[in-house]
Write a new protein. Structure first.
Length: 641
């Protein structure tokens, strides 16, 4: 752990003075819009490089938050008397030195003839070689390369792209019109989604394949031509889970060399698929493939920033309130969270709304509540979480290693994306976790004024409040909804509404102040289950990110902080859900679904969401030393969330 240093900047001095001189017409001083905006701009500046977990930009932001906490007289709540709570997080997978691909007797050259695809997990696979055309399962389009093809345990060889690509290229070059049936799998066509690497890998995985080899298709990537190139080991653009099994990309030239060694011709196979416009899949006789991918996630040091505002009598322990916001974002968009597509990889994702806006609110509240310290009956803990974008890692680490016992926490207030409200709109989720929250939020909103508050008893598990709800802490989530810039490089500070953002932070402060001063401790109640994608359809401009509307519900809640690759550990199970009725319990580790391994959450998601409502699945779980097979019948989920 490297030591952290901070200094009180001139901006911090300006901020403190401006806030303490701010409007005092309310019982709780209003958060200053100008200071709020200044904080957002500093955190979301290109110099912070997107504040990815474990990065120098994240540590710079942590220093900034710590300096402000220190200037306000807060007590440090991190490790060994510092402001910083260190923990490690599994970063993006990186390739090692032991990568090999052998087909039959042919050894292929790493980095020249083949490369692992970026979703590929580490491991070695040996299996029979199967040709599955384009690797597409598209029933609506009348195309299924896997129909009648046994692929369990096989290494599947696929062509890049989709049916008709070669014919389309020929017709386009000749200036002739392309028939409608050939347009389905072209860019912009209804079936184009099935041609992505992600879809090909997931289709092979759900059919039981052990590994995938995708070859550049020779009709659009001529063997040895300028387009016959490999991709770097970098993430796929866009969102969505990808199975972690070994997956490789071949050049068309290497694909031809492989096929010719087996007595076939890759270009002829593609021509026949185009001419017939129907699948022609088969197993190569007596041919095996060995795929070894050496890839592992590097463990990165990162920090939560923790400060404690003492109660009026000076104590910093016992019953307390926690206010949180995550300070991290997506860095250069090289992880799976970016929604900017391939073009966004390598661009700085500044995350002005997500979540410089919430962190600015956290700083504003620390200042305004410190001005009311003499009234506090309970201390208030402020935490800027890291690792939220990687699975709520910072908040999950905190609740397992709290500065003060979670059992003494009377309430938690979380701010995540509060900077893009339209007309003062803000959503407050989690009011069902204490029967007094609804009235308290109404009262606080009336005092602040100028906000249009929508309350929800439930709260989606997509932000840090979820870690506290799982520990039976009454918790609220303030959020202004998604927008067209969500998880894209365009989420910049000039699009933040600082006036409404400051008001929303003040609203959160009113709630936190009440929790820190009321005589009776709030009593937790189980809020109703929330759709994990609730709020993803709330953007007002109609240009919102593409979100998969999953059609099935199991009711299992994965432990997002679990970083193992031996299965998916469950943090909770929904009440009266298919998971509960099947006998699943918190702490179970799901190692297989219908006999297919679920090494990672991505594997689990791909398999689960390949099903339809009413399907029966078998979940293999480890519970202590016991291995159990549990049967669940999936329910439907409304497509509109």
């Amino acid at each position: 752990m490297r030591p952290r240093r901070f200094a009180l900047s001139s901006l911090a001095v300006f901020v403190l003075a401006a806030l303490l001189q701010g409007c005092a017409s309310h019982d709780l001083p209003m958060v200053s819009p100008s200071v709020y905006e200044a904080d957002v701009r500093w955190l979301a500046d290109d110099a912070r490089e997107g504040r990815e977990t474990g990065s120098r930009g994240l540590f710079a932001a942590a220093d900034y938050v710590a300096a402000r906490f220190a200037s306000l007289g807060l007590a440090p709540g991190g490790d060994d008397g510092t402001w910083f709570q260190h923990f490690t997080a599994a970063g993006p997978r990186e390739l090692g030195d032991d990568n090999s691909l052998v087909v039959g007797d042919l050894q292929l050259e790493f980095e020249t003839e083949w490369m692992p695809l970026s979703s590929s997990g580490g491991g070695s696979v040996q299996g029979p070689l199967v040709f599955a055309g384009f690797g597409i399962s598209d029933p609506d389009g009348g195309w299924d390369d896997y129909q009648g093809l046994p692929v369990d345990g096989a290494v599947v060889l696929l062509l890049r792209g989709g049916p008709g690509a070669g014919l389309r290229a020929t017709l386009d070059a000749a200036g002739e019109p392309v028939p409608e049936p050939l347009k389905r799998w072209a860019e912009g066509g209804e079936g184009h989604v099935h041609t992505s690497f992600r879809s090909k890998i997931n289709a092979a995985f759900t059919h039981g394949a052990a590994a995938v080899i995708v070859a550049n298709d020779p009709l659009t990537h001529p063997a040895g031509g300028e387009n016959d190139t490999l991709l770097p080991y970098a993430p796929f653009g866009g969102g969505g889970a990808t199975a972690s099994m070994p997956a490789a990309l071949l050049t068309a030239a290497a694909g031809q060399r492989v096929l010719q060694s087996l007595g076939y011709d890759l270009e002829v196979l593609q021509q026949r698929l185009d001419q017939l416009m129907k699948p022609r899949s088969f197993r190569f006789p007596s041919t095996t493939a060995d795929v070894t991918v050496d890839a592992a996630a590097k463990q990165l040091d990162t920090v939560n920033v923790v400060g404690i505002l003492p109660a009026a009598d000076g104590h910093t322990d016992g019953e307390h309130v926690l206010v949180g916001a995550h300070v991290d974002h997506l860095g250069f968009g090289r992880g799976p969270g970016s929604l900017g597509g391939d073009a966004a990889v390598g661009q700085i994702h500044n995350g002005a709304d997500d979540n410089a806006s919430g962190t600015a609110g956290l700083l504003g509240l620390a200042t305004s509540l410190s001005a009311r310290r003499d009234d506090l009956a309970r201390p208030v803990v402020f935490v800027a979480f890291s690792g939220e974008e990687w699975g709520l890692l910072g908040s999950r680490f905190y609740v397992e290693h709290p500065k003060l016992p979670v059992s003494d926490m009377v309430g938690m207030v979380n701010m995540d994306m509060i900077g893009r409200g339209v007309g003062g709109k803000v959503q407050v989720g989690g009011t069902g976790s204490w029967d007094g929250f609804a009235a308290l939020v109404d009262s606080a909103a009336a005092q602040v004024g100028g906000l249009v508050v929508t309350q929800s008893d439930s709260a989606p598990g997509s932000s840090d409040h979820a870690s506290f709800l799982e520990k039976d802490v009454p918790s609220l989530f303030l959020f202004t909804g998604l927008h067209a810039d969500y998880h894209k490089p365009s989420d910049d500070a000039d699009k933040i509404d600082a006036v409404d953002g400051a008001k929303i932070a003040t609203l959160a402060g009113e709630v936190a102040f009440d929790l820190a001063t009321r005589a009776e401790r709030p009593v937790y109640s189980e809020p109703p289950a929330a759709d994990p994608h609730a709020g993803l359809a709330d953007a007002d401009d109609g240009d919102r990110p593409a979100v998969v509307a999953y059609g099935v519900k199991l009711g299992s809640v994965p432990d997002m902080g679990y970083q193992g690759t031996d299965g998916v550990r469950l943090a909770d199970v929904g009440t009266d859900s298919p998971a509960e009725r099947a006998g699943l319990k918190a702490g179970d580790v799901v190692i297989a679904l219908d006999g297919k391994p679920t090494k990672t959450l991505e594997d689990y998601s791909v398999l689960l969401f390949s099903h339809r409502p009413g399907d029966t699945i078998i979940l293999t779980v480890l519970r202590g030393d016991d291995k159990l097979d549990l049967t669940a019948t999936l329910e439907g989920r409304r497509a509109d969330g």
